[in-house]
Design a protein around this ligand. Structure first.
Ligand code: ADP
Ligand code: MG
Length: 475
């Protein structure tokens, strides 16, 4: 039997406001526990929440970016449950009338094809505090600093058909909220996390299978692993005659398995009702249009511009615009060097490779865009060979200065054509057999000659020049 996977994601992204969604307390990460929750965040008697206007603007930006309907009227509701990290007994969220309605994003799937994934809705809510299970030997610590931190919950349609597609969608939303500057997207700090709803069905069947929900996953790698292992588990159960129970499960990364947290029977009844302390949010068409005017350039538009104005391939432009900081770095390097294609190659190739290897992000790169541009300029005007460029790149990475300083200090200079010619004459004279082979039509020996010349010149010859002179001489 062939199985098809069905996935829908609920992504929680922390909005990058300075203060909380309903109070003036700070949202800064990493403060001493319980120093940043005020009476409003704790729901103490006699206080009233006041909506932070900035979160509304941010939610509208997101809605516009995914082509969604922004609600002219949305309502906050209380979601009631008890938990130690939620001392007021309810979370303020949105239920029936969310601020952002149906929209969609486009993701890239295998072999360069794209696919539209529907977004059902996005709503505003407050985060709860944190339960700390380590460090307290048999007890649980409660840190309420996070209570009242603004979240945008983005709910997708069950449109994804593989773990890879789910990751592509999650990356797309991640890139989008960072482009919009509505979230820092920091996954280690929990600013961007998701619940993955997963089910399987026999290929060709119309109805969805019963789903499970994998809670609170905060890395792209874990989302992929968690979904794959859950799909395997579900197929195993069905194939051995069992049934899937609708339940909430936890992914354990250490054991690479999912474990039941609570079943549908134990699911809570949240007794949602409109929060009597908060007015409905009224947004006019003018509000929306004025926010739209200030939207930054979005990834798809930037990608098209990189292709059209800078002559990049679709593939290169897609990679370079996948992250806002990477795009900015590339654009600066391209503009300052006047060599867009070379800049793209170096950023996607050597620079990204090196950053990856050392687990650094583009913003921590020891080589600035300006430094890279300086090196690319020298390479483009043949003041250094590509081999020398790699040497300069390494030296810049190690903090030895900018390209010109390194070129000067190390005396890097391509061999001049006279020197190259001399080397070529010697090598032709010393290898009569290969010359015969070449003349007999064996074009491959050209590679041998170029290799010999490069070696003899200690990498100082320019391969293009070597090729040219060699072809002439061998004729
Ligand atoms: P709830 O509010 O109980 O979490 P929803 O119906 O709002 O349930 O769905 C939550 C998420 O689950 C959505 O992202 C949706 O796309 C996804 N989903 C719903 N049904 C399925 C299914 N059968 N398989 C996979 N995902 C599903
Ligand atoms: Mg849910």
């Amino acid at each position: 039997m062939e199985w098809e996977t069905v996935i829908g994601l609920e992504i929680h992204t922390q909005l990058a406001t300075k203060s909380k969604i309903f109070s003036g307390a700070s949202t800064a990460y990493g403060a001493v526990p319980n120093t940043q929750a005020c009476a409003v965040d704790l729901g103490l008697p006699g206080v009233l929440p006041v909506l932070n206007k900035e979160v509304v603007t941010m939610a509208i930006k997101f809605g516009l970016a995914i082509g969604a309907e922004v609600a002219h009227r949305s309502v906050f509701a209380r979601k009631n449950y008890f938990y130690p990290d939620l001392p007021k007994g309810y979370q303020i969220s949105q239920m029936d009338l969310p601020i952002v309605g149906k929209g969609s994003v486009e993701i890239e799937i295998e072999d360069g094809k794209t696919k539209i994934v529907g977004v059902t809705r996005a709503h505003l809510e407050e985060d709860a505090g944190k339960s700390l299970h380590e460090d307290y030997h048999g007890m649980t610590g409660i840190d309420l600093n996070r209570a009242g931190t603004p979240l945008l919950e983005i709910v997708s349609e069950p449109d994804m058909r593989s773990a890879k597609e789910a990751v592509a969608y999650m990356k797309k939303i991640h890139s989008l909220v960072r482009y919009l500057e509505i979230s820092d997207g920091n996954m280690q700090e929990g600013s961007f996390r998701c619940d993955a709803n997963v089910s399987v069905r026999p290929k060709g069947q119309k109805e969805f299978g019963t789903r499970t929900e994998l809670k609170n996953i905060n890395s792209f790698k874990f989302v992929e692993k968690a979904i794959n292992i859950e799909v395997e588990r579900q197929i195993d159960i069905i194939e051995s005659g069992g049934k899937i129970v609708q339940e909430t499960r936890l992914y354990d990364a250490d054991k690479n398995e999912t474990r039941s947290m609570r079943s549908k029977e134990e699911a809570m009844d949240y007794r949602y009702f409109p929060d009597p302390d908060l007015l409905p949010v009224e947004i006019t068409e003018d509000d929306i249009r004025s926010i739209e005017k200030d939207l930054p350039e979005l990834p798809a538009v930037k990608q098209a511009r990189f292709e059209k104005d800078m002559g990049l391939s679709n593939y290169d432009a897609a990679i370079l615009t996948s992250d806002k900081d990477l795009a900015a770095f590339f654009e600066e390097a391209a503009n300052k060097s006047g060599q867009a294609k070379l800049a793209a190659n170096w950023v996607i190739g050597d620079l990204s490779g090196r950053l990856n290897k050392e687990d650094k992000s583009i913003t921590d790169s020891p080589i600035t865009a300006e430094m890279l541009a300086g090196m690319i300029k020298r390479l483009a005007e043949n003041a250094i060979t590509s081999k020398m460029a790699k040497e300069v790149f390494d030296a810049m990475w190690n903090g030895e200065g900018d390209a010109d300083q390194i070129i000067e200090k190390r005396g890097l200079k391509p061999a001049d054509s006279g020197e190259v010619e001399k080397i070529i004459d010697e090598i032709i004279a010393n290898n009569p057999d290969q010359v015969e082979q070449f003349k007999a039509g064996k074009g491959k020996v050209m590679g041998f000659f170029v290799g010999q010349v490069m070696k003899a010149s200690k990498g100082k010859a320019d391969p293009a020049q070597v090729n040219k002179i060699l072809s002439e001489k061998l004729k």
